[in-house]
Design a protein. Structure first.
Length: 142
């Protein structure tokens, strides 16, 4: 999926699978590394998460991609991950991975996404982290 403009979403946010341990750890990683607190987080299991998922053609019951909205553009799969990292000062060096063709990057992304529950596990309830991270989680449409 190519990035799409979303001028009506003004907050930079990350839609993640809150039941997936890998995805939750990824959200926690961004939370700890995003010193400017630029990003808000939306679990796909939340009301707003389901709305966003459906809007962008993501099945909220079986998500196969994440979503990052940055500066009014929605990114998916490897583009989402790389653009989130690029938005954080200490991780801008990861832009070097953009040299790899999108189909190759997304093939790796899809392989991990298909196996994430088997490899990393799944929680029965959405993980929300510590109180500082909970304060950055959006559950309902703003």
């Amino acid at each position: 999926m190519r990035p799409v403009d979303v001028p009506d979403i003004t907050q930079d946010l990350i839609l993640f699978d809150g039941d997936c341990i890998l995805c939750s750890r990824g959200a926690h990683f961004v939370h700890t590394q995003d010193r400017a607190e630029r990003f808000k987080f939306v679990a796909i299991q939340s009301t707003y998460g389901r709305i966003l998922a459906r809007r962008f053609g993501i099945n909220p019951e079986a998500p196969e991609t994440n979503l990052a909205v940055i500066d009014g553009r929605a990114f998916f799969k490897s583009d989402a991950a790389l653009n989130v990292l690029r938005a954080m000062q200490a991780w801008r060096w990861t832009a070097v991975f953009r040299w790899a063709p999108r189909p190759l990057r997304n093939w790796v992304y899809d392989h991990v996404a298909r196996n994430r529950y088997a490899w990393f596990g799944r929680k029965e309830q959405c993980w929300v982290g510590d109180s500082a991270l909970r304060a950055r989680i959006i559950e309902h449409a703003p």
